[in-house]
Design a protein around this ligand. Structure first.
Ligand SMILES: Nc1nc2c(ncn2[C@@H]2O[C@@H]3COP(=O)(O)O[C@H]4[C@@H](O)[C@H](n5cnc6c(=O)[nH]c(N)nc65)O[C@@H]4COP(=O)(O)O[C@H]3[C@H]2O)c(=O)[nH]1
Length: 915
């Protein structure tokens, strides 16, 4: 009985957790995994950007620092240089004002030897150079020059620095540093002019720090350049590099330029359209501002290359990550589709099986160290849970090991692991979970589904039971309970294979019940069945425990004797069986002798396979039966000939009946006292075309076995009636003729009709015919038999019981059947003259028969003493060789004639004479 357990809150929480876990797993598959590469890509992207940005900043800072330090150094250099020039102009001023100055001499002494000095001159108040370090043209005048005018107009002794000028004599740009000369009254007395090549100021340019296209420039407060250098080439035209010159006049600094500063100036500042990082410093003592510009492109180029390489690598990496993401997304979708399909299949399957016969389970493998050690029930239907004697909520979440005994679990685990590896398996197996009282049979189907196992169980116990029953029925003879032919053949094959391997000998006995046909024909099938059951029982008892007996069909049995030492073992068993079968069998209300004939084949002598052995044992049985019923025979190859003969006889007999190759002989029956001819018994003979006259003992059993006896019997009746008609037509004073009717013929049922027809066709009185039927034909359904006999008697035909004493009919039974004549079997006659008890028996038969109003005929009377005794015993009629042998029709006619003439003469000699 299944334990009833309610769903616990914990279990509900568990299933909620399980479903959210599944949703999480799905979200991971569909979104998380594909997003991870994208996120990684984004991080890489940002990291590269960040690094590039950091490098850019560092680069700018570097450029700024460089530009500033260059500008600072340049400012110092320029301040120092101008300081020197300032000092020089002061000295010249004082020297000139004191009249001690001789510039040419100083120049000659190399005072102005520095290359920056283009010229140093003293100009008088009219503008005429009065002294000069260089040669002065005759008409040279400074009067028109801006600085001259300025000094004349301004009473200032400060140093004046001119804008950049082109000195035609020097052929290069120059800057003139001038200072006013004062006269004694501080009136204007001229100007000291120091002309310096502007290239001197830009000589500070260092390609190592400023690069190939860096900038050095000096601008005045007036916004005009004093010196300029772009790159390593010092060339005034390069001053054009600065498209715009910032004004550093300290008064409000346009464009946001402070006195000292730095800035990245864009393309609009430079004629070449490039950008430079420019730092500037205003000289504290002079109205000049120096500018140092670092060319960004040059510095930036290697960095740009590196950044470009980084960006390319990043792009490739991003592409790979996007691809990976797409792949993961695609794989996720496929996996999700598969999982959903599996889930929907699972759901559909569960739905389908929910109301069905099958138990359904989804099992999740549990691993330890990578090895599957158990399975957990993820899902199941109610039917599946019921197979374990549980309700579904209880079984869910449990492991298989919780539900099986250790041994069963071990086997099942192996099978399930096998399915996890191979994909699927199906089997039929005993199913005995813990809690189940009895094991059941199940058909188990196991299919791997994703990482889990889908298992279905169908209870096939009923089908198995039916199958076993069918197998049992297929292998068992229902009537006797013995194994049947097909089981026996299979078993025999296996037994022979075993015996062959071990070198054993065995015997196969083929047993045929001798008179079974008779029982069946006369007593009906139910009696026949009882005889077969009794025979089976006796056979079982006659066997050793490990020998096998089977019913092949009909009245044929077979048995195998294992491991026999020799032929004698088989002989002993055969004797025991014959003995067992020789006892009378209960047949209806009486007993009946049946007996058995046995054919024996030995392995390996008579055959190596089941079919051959069985055939040879059958042939041996046939041969034994041909020899004598109730005997046995070991198989001999010559038996084939016997069998062949028998088959030939059956065929020939059929042809003989068709061609009517039979004739009747007639054996007289005479009065026991007078010897007068009373009747004739018609006995059939087969006039065989080759073999000559064949006695009935050779073909009547064959005809009975094959059923040909019915046609043959009809033929005999016709022939006897015709003969009587002929004899009557020939004027003979005929006596009644008795005809043998076999048990089968009688049971067949149309004897009455045929007799009536034959008598009528022949045109003879029915009283001329008598039928002889054996005791065995009278056994069975007495009412039916009496009915039939009464109908025959109603025609006027008398009934005689043939071979009385060999069967088990009783006289009282015969009385009920209204029998007219009792023919006592010749075995009783034969014993009369030497066994006194036979006479006692005979006397009893006679007196009882007479009491029942029956006449008694003694068969097989061969001797005069027998006849004498019989007469003394008040036997009514005699038949036997003593009187006459069965006679051909012509001889029988003579006998009739003789008997009639004797009768007419009133002689009382009769056909025989008792001494
Ligand atoms: N040893 C010995 N034998 C004697 C003596 N007197 C008669 N016989 C034999 O005993 C048999 C008597 O016939 P049955 O008992 O009906 O026994 C018959 C009968 O059962 C059967 N049979 C013969 N003709 C027919 C027939 O037309 N129909 C049927 N159903 N059976 C027949 O064949 C059996 C044998 O017939 P038969 O060979 O003709 O053998 C006959 C006969 O020749 C004697 O003094 N000593």
């Amino acid at each position: 009985m299944a334990p009833i357990l309610r769903t616990s809150p914990l279990r509900r929480l568990g299933s909620a957790l399980a479903s959210s876990r599944a949703a999480l797993a799905r979200a991971s598959t569909l979104f998380l995994w594909p997003c991870l590469p994208l996120a990684a890509g984004l991080l890489v992207w940002l990291a590269v950007d960040r690094e590039i940005g950091r490098e850019q900043r560092a680069f700018q800072q570097g450029m700024s620092a460089d530009a500033q330090s260059i500008a600072a150094g340049y400012a110092q250099f320029l301040s120092r240089s101008i300081d020197q020039i300032d000092q020089l102009t002061l000295q010249l001023k004082y020297g000139s004002e004191q009249g001690r100055l001789r510039l040419r001499e100083l120049a000659a002494r190399g005072i102005f030897g520095s290359p920056q000095y283009v010229d140093v001159a003293i100009v008088d108040a009219r503008g005429t150079p009065v002294d000069s370090s260089a040669a002065v043209p005759a008409n040279a005048s400074h009067a028109a020059r801006p600085y001259f005018a300025w000094h004349r107009a301004n009473i200032s002794s400060a140093l004046r620095i001119s804008p950049l000028e082109h000195d035609a004599d020097a052929g290069r740009p120059v800057i003139r540093f001038t200072r006013r000369l004062d006269g004694p009254d501080d009136d204007f007395d001229g100007v000291v002019v120091v002309t310096v090549a502007s290239g001197y100021f830009s000589g500070y340019y260092d390609a190592g720090t400023l690069g190939a296209r860096g900038l050095l420039a000096v601008a005045g407060d007036d916004g005009m350049l004093r010196a300029s250098r772009a790159g390593s080439q010092d060339a005034l035209p390069d001053a054009a590099l600065l498209a715009r010159v910032p004004r550093f006049d300290g008064a409000g600094m346009p464009d946001g330029f402070a006195a000292n500063g730095e800035r990245l100036l864009g393309p609009d500042w430079f004629a070449d359209g490039d950008r430079r990082f420019v730092a500037w410093r205003t000289l504290p003592a002079y109205p000049l501002t120096v500018m140092a510009g670092v060319w960004e492109n040059e510095r930036r180029a290697p960095l740009e290359q590196r950044w470009a390489a980084w960006r390319q690598m990043r792009l490739a990496g991003e592409a790979a990550l996007v691809l990976l993401s797409a792949l993961l997304w695609w794989a996720g979708r496929v996996a999700d589709r598969r999982r959903r399909r599996a889930v929907s299949v699972q759901a559909a399957y569960r739905l389908a099986t929910e109301a069905g016969e099958e138990g359904f389970y989804m099992l999740h493998p549990l691993r330890r160290g990578g090895r599957i050690v158990d399975f957990r029930v993820l899902d199941c239907n109610e039917r599946g849970a019921a197979l374990f004697g549980k309700d579904k909520s209880t079984l869910l979440g449990q492991t298989i090991s919780q539900n099986y005994r250790p041994d069963d679990f071990g086997q099942l685990l192996d099978s399930y692991c096998h399915a996890m590896e191979r994909g699927s398996f199906r089997e039929e197996d005993r199913f005995h979970p813990l809690g189940a009282d009895v094991p059941r049979w199940v058909r188990r189907k196991v299919v791997r589904s994703g990482g889990e196992l889908a298992v279905t169980l169908r209870d096939i116990s009923d089908a198995k039971a039916q199958e076993s029953e069918l197998i049992r029925l297929a292998n068992t003879d229902e009537l006797t309970g013995l194994p049947n032919r097909s089981w026996f053949i299979r078993r025999l094959d296996a037994t022979l294979a075993d015996a062959g391997q071990r070198g054993d000998a065995l015997a196969l006995l083929f047993i045929d019940l001798d008179k079974f046909k008779n029982v069946n024909d006369t007593l009906g099938h139910s009696t026949g069945d009882a005889v077969l059951q009794e025979a089976a029982c006796r056979l079982r008892q006659a066997l050793r425990p490990d020998d096998h007996v089977a019913r092949l069909g009909g009245d044929e049995f077979t048995l195998v004797l294992h491991r026999i030492a020799g032929q004698d073992d088989a002989l002993r068993v055969a004797d025991r069986i014959r003995q067992a079968m020789s006892h009378p069998f209960p047949a209806g209300e009486s007993m009946m002798e049946v007996g058995a004939t046995i054919g024996i084949a030995l392995y390996p002598r008579d055959g190596g396979d089941a079919e051959t052995l069985l055939k040879h044992a059958d042939i041996a049985m046939y041969a034994a039966k041909g020899e004598r019923r109730g005997s046995h025979a070991f198989y001999q190859p010559e038996f084939h000939e016997v069998l062949r003969q028998r088959i030939a006889t059956e065929r020939e007999l059929a042809e003989a009946i068709e061609r009517d190759e039979f004739e009747l002989h007639y054996q007289p029956r005479v009065d026991a006292c007078s010897g007068r001819l009373l009747s004739l018994e018609a006995l059939v003979r087969w006039r065989h075309p080759r073999r000559g006259m064949v006695p009935p003992g050779e073909f009547i059993p064959v005809a009975e076995n094959t059923g040909q006896i019915i046609a043959l019997g009809a033929l005999v009746i016709d022939r006897a009636c015709r003969q009587l008609a002929l004899w009557r037509a020939a004027g003979l004073d005929v006596v009644p003729v008795s005809v043998n009717v076999s048990a089968m013929q009688f049971r067949h049922g149309d004897v009455h009709d045929h007799l009536a027809r034959a008598v009528s066709v022949a045109g003879i009185p029915a009283e001329l015919i008598e039928i002889e039927i054996t005791e065995s034909a009278m056994l069975g359904d007495l009412d039916l038999i009496r009915e039939r006999l009464a109908a025959i008697r109603a025609l006027g035909i008398r009934i005689a019981v043939d071979d009385f004493g060999t069967g088990y009919s009783s006289l009282s039974q015969l009385q009920r059947l209204d029998v007219d004549v009792l023919k006592v079997d010749r075995v009783f006659t034969a014993d009369l003259d030497h066994r006194p008890e036979s006479q006692v028996l005979f006397r009893a038969i006679v007196s009882m028969a007479h009491a029942l109003d029956m006449r008694v005929v003694a068969e097989g009377v061969e001797t005069v003493p027998q006849a004498a005794i019989l007469r003394d015993l008040r036997c009514d009629e005699l038949q036997g060789y003593l009187v006459a042998r069965p006679l051909p029709a012509a001889d029988a006619a003579d006998t009739i004639r003789r008997a009639a003439s004797e009768s007419a003469r009133g002689e009382r000699r009769g056909l025989y004479r008792i001494a």
